[in-house]
Structure formats: C-alpha cells, structure tokens
Design a binder for this molecule. Structure first.
Ligand code: NDP
Length: 325
C-alpha cells in the first residue's frame, strides 16, 4: 500500500493534536479524481474543525479544505478531466496532505499563467468574497460597507473587491501594521474595534452602513447591528472570536427592520456552473491584476500547527499557505 504524509487529528483540541503521519494514499471512488497536491491554503475553518467547533463525522480525521495540484488518477465514470490536468478546489476536507481525492465536479481547471500556489490561495477566500459581494449583498457605487478583520485573508480581498464595485469601505483591524495593509488594499476608513459602531455612525453622518460583513462573530455582533442603517443587512459569516449566541428577532426590529443572514461558501457553490463562475471570475481578477494577494507566510506540512497558532493568535495578515511537496 502506498502512503503519503498528512496531518491527522485523533482528538479535537489544541494545535499539538495536529500530528504529521504516514497514511494511505486515497483511491478515487467513482466520480472522484486523485490530486497530487502542490499547495494547501490555510483557512480559519481548519481551526474550527481542529478544535471540534465544527465536528468531523469520522475519527481520526484529516483537515484543510483548499488546495491545488495535478490530477494523477481518475475514478470510474469521470469525464472532462485527464491525468496531468492542473486543478484547484475549496470545500473538500483533507488538503493538509500530499494527495487528496476530490469529487470531479468540484475541481476547477487552473488557467495557464496562474501558478498552483496562487490558485490554492484564491479558491476559498476568493470565492467567499465573490458570493458575499455579488450574491449575499450585491455591492454597487453608493453603498457603504463595514468589513471586520479587514487585513485578514478574506478581509484584504473583500476590501479590494468592494472598491472594485464602487462601494465605500470602512474596515476594522487590531494593529497599526494591519491598518496600513487595509489602507493599501483600498479601505476608505480604518478603525480599531473599540467603540467602532459610534465611529461608523459618525463617518456615515448618523445614518449607518448598508451592509456589515462580520467574520469576527461573538465580539463584534452587537456593535455590527448598531452600525447598520434601517433595513441594512447583517452578514455574519465567521466565528474568529467565537460563535454568536442566539439572537431575538426583536433585536432586528429595534435597530430598524434589519436583515440577518449566516451564509457559507458551500451554499453559494451548489452547482458546477456556479462554482466555475465564481472561481473563474476570481482567477481572472488575479490574472488581470485587478486584485493582489498578500501571501503573509509559507509553511511546510510539518509546520501546520505553527500556522494555526499564528492565525488564531491574530499574528497574520492576508494568506497563509502550506507547501505540500
Ligand atoms: P483571517 O485571516 O481573517 O484571520 C482572522 C482574523 O480575525 C484575525 O487576523 C484577526 O484580525 C480577527 N480577529 C478578531 N477577533 C479575533 C479573535 N478573538 N481571535 C482570532 N482572530 C480574531 O482568517 P480567514 O480569512 O481565514 O477567515 C476570516 C473569517 O471568515 C473567519 O471567521 C472564517 O471562518 C470566515 N469565513 C467564512 C466563510 C463562509 O463562507 N462562511 C468562508 C471563509 C471564511 P485583527 O487582529 O485585525 O482583528
């Protein structure tokens, strides 16, 4: 049996529970393709799986949702893909590894001109930004949005795409260095978290913003609701500070008939057409230099626990990537 190196978790918990092990290379089931990974993107969702906030159904389990590499084998019935194709994916768990088997419909061809590491950087956070700004709340000139964690992986891309669409962007960050990056990405105003809702009201002439993109969760939720204008939209899409406790519908009424949604990427890439549309747009933006990707740190598979420590410890900006070769 051939084996590969992979990060495996036997018990959900702290970073030390991420063990680099030799495990069997998966064989592609019908409809799947085996991918030899070149790079794996690090995302906050990997921390939720590692800690057990999002439970994995099997034990032990692999983590990592995003990656790019080359197809090395095809399962029964796969059409439209060939051994040797360069592909990328998001939303398939097990990418902190040298190989992964992925349903073929989830594999996006990587265009010539885009290297595999960059493709791995773009898929999950890029498509998230795509659906948040084009589908959940379609941004346009005249809108003002509030983006929390504006210098994070999602944050830096969200700021750039919101500006591309003509919106005014207010960001929040925790340090001066992160503020500088958010401004370079195009943010019009950058605030600290402390008392942000009052400052947002001031910046918008007392009105509030049209939409809040809130990935911080528990710590910012109430302030985000307070930052919205009547009939504004609260998009709570992450739990970096912890999950948001239950909300009473009247909290939305009192602040002006607000809309509240809690979206996730998988529900905005439901079909192959939708997946190809979003990934295609994001890759084109990069190829046309309309967006920049700030790769903050690179790690080996053996350093994956360090990547989690850095991300959870708020030490990073932009993208973290694991080289799996
Ligand atoms: P980031 O690079 O944004 O890292 C998280 C950032 O959150 C930190 O750098 C930090 O920035 C900020 N933060 C604020 N409070 C805390 C806290 N208590 N602990 C840790 N970080 C905190 O990560 P990602 O880009 O990978 O993900 C961003 C968020 O988006 C996550 O919540 C993730 O779950 C969510 N997400 C949701 C998706 C969806 O479809 N629903 C898809 C993709 C991501 P600062 O120091 O400036 O505050």
């Amino acid at each position: 049996m051939s084996t590969m190196k992979a990060i495996r978790i036997h018990t959900p918990g702290p970073e030390e529970n991420m063990i680099l092990e030799d495990v069997a290379i998966p064989s592609p089931k019908p409809g799947e393709a085996l991918v030899k990974l070149e790079a794996s993107g690090v995302n906050f969702i990997d921390i939720y799986f590692r800690t057990g906030l999002y439970p994995a159904p099997e034990k032990p389990f692999l983590i990592g949702m995003e990656g790019a590499g080359v197809v090395t084998a095809l399962g029964e019935g796969v059409t439209g893909l060939q051994v040797g194709d360069r592909v990328a994916f998001a939303s398939q768990r097990g990418s902190y590894a040298q190989y992964i088997s992925v349903p073929a419909w989830m594999l996006v061809p990587v265009p010539a001109g885009l290297d595999l590491e960059m493709a791995a950087c773009l898929m999950l956070q890029g498509m998230t930004v795509h659906y948040l700004t084009h589908s959940t709340f379609p941004l346009a000139a005249g809108h003002t949005c509030l983006v929390h964690a504006a210098s994070g992986g999602v944050g830096l891309l969200l700021v750039q795409v919101a500006k591309m669409l003509g919106a005014t962007v207010i960001g929040t960050v925790s340090t001066d260095a992160k503020e500088q990056l958010a401004r370079q990405a195009g943010a019009d105003h950058v605030l600290r978290y402390d008392g942000f809702s009052a400052q947002v009201k001031e910046l918008t002439g007392g009105k509030g913003v049209d939409v809040v993109y809130d990935s911080v969760g528990k710590d910012t939720f109430d302030g985000s609701l307070d930052s919205l204008k009547p009939r504004g939209m609260m998009v709570t899409f992450g739990n970096a500070s912890g999950p948001v406790p239950p909300v009473a519908p009247l909290a939305l009424t009192q602040r002006g008939s607000l809309f509240l949604t809690r979206p996730k990427l998988a529900d905005y890439t439901l079909t192959r057409d939708e997946l190809l549309l979003r990934a295609g747009d994001v890759m084109r933006w990069k190829l046309d230099n309309r967006i920049q990707v700030h790769i903050d740190r690179r790690y080996s598979l053996a350093q994956a626990a360090q990547a989690h420590q850095d991300l959870a410890g708020r030490k990073t900006s932009g993208k973290l990537i694991i080289s799996t070769t």
